[in-house]
Write a protein that binds this ligand. Structure first.
Ligand code: ADP
Ligand code: MG
Length: 484
């Protein structure tokens, strides 16, 4: 499938590079001890450093460094043992320092790459340019007073990791898959909660268009996209806008744009500032960040099994399809759940139950796996009841529905409702005989060659047994008795 776009004058290719701002999970801010919890009273989590009181000095939070290094390693990227914090100077009402402490020439993490799974089954490599640490800004609140803007500094100074990709993506779909993958990795290693609604993960999308095979075109940067849906819409819209401008004989100026989800369009915010506009210089209040080999090795050792490795293991160890495995590994708690269910059991059966039955119900009610009313151990017990023939697969569906609603265990439901599978030959034979005796005309039909009637007889016997007769035994006895 080609991702080329059709214009009036021929085909175009879109080129996308993403900057992801990920809020680091840490109890304190990057350079102060103030708390970082989301949703606190405005200005209740602000130290004198965050408010930029004169004479206050920043002190680097080690946890933020640990998280950045762990993230760099998880993104297969080079860790820079020597990096430098720099001041990025600009004026904004919610930036009390008058500059943001960031990293510029020497970021803590350099180049790397990750693999993304495209919907058509292909694997694509997306290269990472860098990852650096920086402070978040505060927040202007325009909706609190008719004529005034209020400032909430709770977010001021919170640690962000900015993860910059190379311009490797060629469609909005690829951009969405890339962000989803990065988010999944961050959540695995617990360096960012990935919550886009609360703003702990947001993206800037750089978009340009070109004729296939040409040099890169001029890019526009769309700021602050806080959902995957908006990311997709903004990219698609922006690429078409640029194509129209160029086909009309215009030029794309490099600029920063905003996406308006209500109108479904991007609009210009400001012309793009160049790095020299920011007057970057090393922050004289902070020493360079020098990391020892031991520190980096310890961070490496602290990483859990990552999604790609886990996916291959599900394929090789449990014999799952690559597709099922990729669905299961997207979230760590999901794959943990699956492995608990699958352990010592038929893994493919377990995968079916988790993906179709459990996800089906959880999605309907919007419940996360962690809050599933059916815990992994309980689902495992249900599968055991199928494997040891206590209940049929068909009855198990009803038992599962009951477990999901009541939170009761499988065995208790089977006993209370008398759902145990009947495997006693005598009982089943009698039920089969009764159905045959009651339908002599159909027996004649069958014997005359209408083989399909076996299905109908099966249905009658299963109904008579309230679904509890062992289907394989019914089938066998039916054929035996009906043939006379
Ligand atoms: P800045 O700090 O000005 O935003 P960076 O170099 O840090 O610039 O990153 C800009 C982003 O733009 C990167 O993700 C990069 O991949 C992307 N990018 C660069 N050139 C293009 C282009 N021609 N089209 C699309 N994206 C681009
Ligand atoms: Mg940028």
């Amino acid at each position: 499938m080609s991702d080329l776009l059709k214009g009036n004058t021929g085909e175009w290719e879109m080129v996308i590079g993403l900057e992801i701002h990920a809020q680091v999970i840490s109890n304190a801010k990057l350079f102060s001890g103030a708390a970082t919890a989301f949703g606190a009273e405005p200005n209740s989590q602000v130290s004198l450093v965050d408010a930029a009181m004169p004479g206050m000095l920043p002190v680097l939070n080690e946890e933020s460094v640990r998280q950045a290094v762990r993230t760099g390693l998880a993104l297969n990227s080079k860790i820079n043992h020597h990096s430098v914090f720099a001041r990025k100077n600009y004026f904004y009402p919610d930036l009390p320092q008058g500059y943001q402490i960031s990293q510029y020439e020497l970021p803590v993490v350099g180049e790397g790459k990750i693999e993304i799974d495209l919907p058509n089954g292909d694997i694509k490599v997306v290269e990472i340019e860098r990852l650096h640490l920086e402070q978040d800004a505060g927040k202007s609140m325009h909706d609190q007073h008719p004529t005034k803007t209020y400032i909430d500094l709770n977010r001021s100074g919170v640690t962000l990791m900015e993860i910059v990709s190379k311009p490797d993506m060629r469609s909005a779909e690829e951009a969405v898959v890339y962000v989803t993958k990065v988010r999944s990795i961050l959540r695995y290693i617990e360096s960012c909660d990935g919550n886009m609604q609360e703003g702990s993960l947001r993206c800037d999308a750089n978009v340009s268009v070109r004729r296939p095979g040409d040099e890169l075109g001029t890019r526009c940067e769309i700021k602050n996209l806080n959902s995957l849906r908006f990311l997709r819409q903004a990219i698609d819209h922006e690429a078409m806008r640029q194509i129209e401008v160029i086909e009309d004989g215009g030029l794309i100026p490099q600029e920063t744009r905003l996406y308006d989800p209500d109108k479904g369009e991007t609009r210009s915010m400001r012309s793009k500032e160049e790095a020299y506009d920011y007057r970057y210089f090393p922050d004289p209040d902070l020493l360079p960040l020098d990391l020892s080999e031991d520190f980096v090795a310890a961070m490496k050792a602290s990483l859990p099994e990552l999604p790609d490795v886990r996916k291959s293991r599900l394929v090789s160890e449990f014999g799952l399809s690559a597709y099922d495995a990729s669905v299961l590994v997207a979230e760590r708690e999901t794959v943990d759940y699956f492995e608990t269910v699958a352990n010592g059991r038929d893994a493919k059966l377990a995968a079916n139950w988790v993906i179709s039955d459990l996800f089906g119900r959880l999605n309907k009610t919007g419940t996360p796996v962690s809050q599933s009313p059916v815990k992994a151990e309980a689902l495992g017990e249900l599968i055991d009841l199928i494997s040891d023939q206590t209940i049929s697969g068909r009855i198990a569906k009803d038992v599962f529905a009951d477990m999901f609603e009541t939170g009761k265990g499988a065995a208790a439901i089977v006993e209370d409702k008398g759902l145990r599978q009947v495997t006693d030959t005598g009982t089943i034979r009698a039920q089969v005989q009764a159905v045959i005796d009651a339908n002599p005309d159909k027996v004649v039909d069958y014997r005359a060659g209408n083989q399909k009637l076996v299905g109908w007889f099966m249905g009658q016997v299963m109904q008579a047994s309230q679904g509890k007769a062992n289907p394989a035994m019914v089938n066998q006895l039916l054929k035996e008795i009906i043939s006379g």
